[in-house]
Design a protein around this ligand. Structure first.
Ligand SMILES: Nc1nc2c(ncn2[C@@H]2O[C@H](COP(=O)(O)OP(=O)(O)OP(=O)(O)O)[C@@H](O)[C@H]2O)c(=O)[nH]1
Ligand SMILES: [Mg+2]
Length: 354
């Protein structure tokens, strides 16, 4: 079984501050022409006009070519490298664009900087060997036309990279390498209440990609280590079969985050979902996620003895709590950490000493 903590290691996490600004094709053309125009004519007055014109032209080609080549190179280098990326991010990028299309786009932008240099070299040769003034002008037209059409050719890839960067910047601030308890369950069963009960600080609320849903990210501090607790309203409360492909993949990306899934059950009809429906959901989550799943009964203050008894039979819960008053919530969290986090932490410690 691979948990997020176990899979951590050398996998990279998206660092939002390192993501490049991806220029649009129009911005790049503007930048290219501006860099070209910026180079002013220099040289001694004694020089023949034709020689001076050639030297000026070459300087413009060198400056504008360098500007564009370095921007393209920078974009390609700073886009996340898919093969090294933590699978949580990989799945999100794959859902947005497809892994192959992403790699292709990054490679095309990266290779374009080499093409720019080659075009500039040829243009410089053409200027050097031009027999007359109009030959220089011809070389200039050729050069500018080729660079502009190369940028135009990158337009779809640049647009896609702009979308991906915007998406990555908006992702909730989750550390996929940290031990993560994902709190799941039908709507209204008390997931957010539970996260509030156990979180050291007020949980953050963030958008989740490809859904209209938000997730709440709470943290539990444990002697220098931080455990994440995320509740997933609307993400894990509906069968996967009812979702479109992209949403499905976005939901499944959570499997790379979850070290353990805590499934909350409302044994009363208070939340409006029958026990059978909650049980089906529990089975589905347990089957689609590699992380272990444990169930706990919430709203113990509200439930009748009979309701509790039925729920116990179905779910074999590890605890019965009341998140409204936070009764039993801390103990449940401790139980989950003792059982799943401590062994993982010890294992990591042992591995680091090996
Ligand atoms: N009596 C009682 N009410 C509870 C308990 N836990 C939650 N509630 C109430 O149940 C309602 C839903 O609680 P939430 O914590 O928002 O539930 P949720 O699972 O996050 O709901 P969604 O995010 O909409 O799926 C609220 O009115 C809570 O006050 C509990 O242990 N006992
Ligand atoms: Mg909620």
């Amino acid at each position: 079984m691979s948990t997020a903590a176990g899979a951590g290691g050398e996998l990279e996490v998206v660092d939002r501050t390192r993501l490049p600004y991806v220029y649009s094709a129009d911005e790049l053309v503007g930048m290219f022409l501006a860099a070209y125009a910026r180079e002013e004519s220099r040289g001694s007055g004694a020089e023949p006009a034709f020689v001076k014109q050639k030297r000026h032209e070459i300087r413009r080609i060198v400056a504008s070519g360098k500007a564009i080549a370095s921007v393209l190179r920078e974009i390609a280098l700073r886009m996340p490298f898919l093969d090294k990326l933590h699978p949580f991010y990989r799945d999100i990028i794959d859902a947005a664009l497809g892994a192959r299309a992403y790699k292709h786009a990054v490679a095309k932008i990266g290779n374009a900087h080499i093409a720019v240099r080659a075009i500039a070299r040829e243009a410089i040769n053409a200027v050097r060997t031009a027999p007359d003034k109009s030959g220089v002008l011809h070389a200039r037209r050729m050069y500018r036309g080729r660079i502009v059409s190369l940028i135009e050719d990158l337009r779809p890839e640049l647009d896609r990279m702009r979308e991906i960067v915007a998406l990555l910047r908006k992702l909730p601030s989750i550390d996929p390498r940290a031990f993560t308890v994902v709190v799941a369950g039908a709507p209204n069963v008390g997931k957010s209440s539970f996260v509030r009960c156990v979180s050291t600080a007020k949980p953050e609320v963030a958008e989740y990609p490809f859904t209209t849903k938000r997730i709440h990210v709470g943290h539990v501090r444990l002697r220098g280590d931080v455990v994440q607790v995320i509740d997933t309203p609307g993400l894990l409360d509906r069968p996967l079969s009812e979702r479109n492909m992209i949403e499905r993949q976005a939901v499944l990306a959570l499997r790379h985050l979850a070290s353990v899934i805590l499934f909350l059950v409302d044994p009363t009809y208070h939340s409006g979902f029958s026990l059978d429906m909650q049980y089906r959901l529990y089975r589905e989550i347990a089957e689609s996620f590699p992380a272990p799943a444990v169930a706990a009964l919430n709203k113990a203050d509200l439930a009748s003895g009979e309701e509790l008894e039925r729920a116990r039979k179905l779910f074999s819960p590890v605890a019965e709590i009341s998140a409204l008053e936070c009764r039993g919530a801390g103990e449940l969290m401790n139980y989950v950490l003792e059982k799943y986090y401590v062994p993982a932490a010890l294992e990591r410690l042992r591995a680091s000493r090996r």
